[in-house]
Design a protein around this ligand. Structure first.
Ligand SMILES: [Zn+2]
Length: 301
């Protein structure tokens, strides 16, 4: 009995956590939408982060969006204990912008951010576009490193931005929105993305890494974050800080591939020979999500 209990105690810490994941939000500070003002969104996001006891969150800032109200909202995130990072100034695609012009844009954002406290030295490429070819990708990595930036990669890509667009389009069209149903589908879609990329990681690395979830500083995050966090924990996962997530060994090396737009796990799998078509979840698709939300009658005329 005593031996069995000891075994049990030894096993619990190893088995009790199914996975670990950190929350990051791109494109902060986003402007007013049909659903809520930017200010309401920030207030609601902070409330959700606090109520869900999410230990930290990283807001990737699109620096040309910092007006007086945006500045106030970024400071609110900082005061609440969360962190900021660089998501470029004008949100250009690195696949369509010459290397030097892209680095100048990143530096412009750097100058905008340098006087804020709680800024972490991570850069996230808009659209997860890392550069148009191997030479550009390597030059951008080197240039950003010279500016002091580490790669703010994601491991779990998804179409939260499109679900947010569906919500806003329905609102603009005057439709009745079933927020209960919307929230349940939103959580399910994000959760499926987590499971999908974790399974690829286990297959590729032989283990579940510390994950970085890509979300946006949008209405769906503000509305459904607490629900999402609850679901993730109900599945036995732990929500960690972005700093903890970026301490994972997968942060150390850029995978040898030009395929980065589905995140780091997908890039690693692709570098080891998995075809791109297998590295994108079916729900990362507008028609798929249109159909899903229509079939579930989330919006009524
Ligand atoms: Zn972005």
């Amino acid at each position: 009995m005593k031996l069995a209990l000891t075994c049990l105690l030894l096993l619990i810490p190893l088995n009790s956590i199914a996975g670990q994941i950190a929350f990051t939000f791109d494109d902060a500070p986003m402007g007013d939408s049909a659903v809520m003002s930017g200010q309401q969104r920030t207030d609601q996001l902070i409330k959700a982060l606090k109520s869900a006891a999410i230990p930290d969150a990283l807001f990737f800032v699109k620096a040309d969006a910092i007006d007086a109200s945006g500045d106030k909202r970024l400071k609110q995130y900082i005061e609440a204990g969360y962190h900021l990072a660089n998501h470029s100034y004008a949100h250009h695609s690195a696949n369509k912008t010459p290397v030097n012009a892209f680095l100048i844009d990143a530096y412009k954002a750097h100058l905008q951010l340098k006087d804020y406290s709680n800024v972490l030295p991570y850069f996230r490429f808009p659209y997860l576009h890392y550069g148009q070819d191997t030479a550009a990708i390597n030059a951008l990595q080197a240039g950003l490193l010279e500016l002091g930036y580490l790669n703010g990669y994601v491991t779990v890509d998804n179409f939260d931005w499109y679900m947010n667009a569906l919500l806003n389009n329905a609102k603009k069209a005057g439709k009745v929105i079933d927020y209960e149903k919307f929230g349940a589908l939103y959580v399910e879609v994000i959760w499926q993305a987590i499971v999908f990329y974790d399974a690829i990681a286990v297959k590729t690395l032989g283990r579940s890494p510390k994950h970085v979830l890509l979300l946006h500083e949008n209405d769906t995050s503000a509305l459904f974050l607490a629900k999402l966090a609850r679901h993730i924990r109900q599945q036995g996962w732990e929500i960690i800080t972005p700093q903890q997530a970026y301490s994972d060994p997968i942060a150390a090396e850029l995978p040898a591939t030009n395929f980065h737009k589905q995140g780091r796990i997908a890039a690693m799998a692709n570098a080891k020979g998995t075809s791109e078509s297998l590295l994108r979840h079916p729900a990362e698709n507008q028609q798929y999500l249109d159909k899903l939300f229509n079939e579930n009658s989330v919006f009524e005329e």
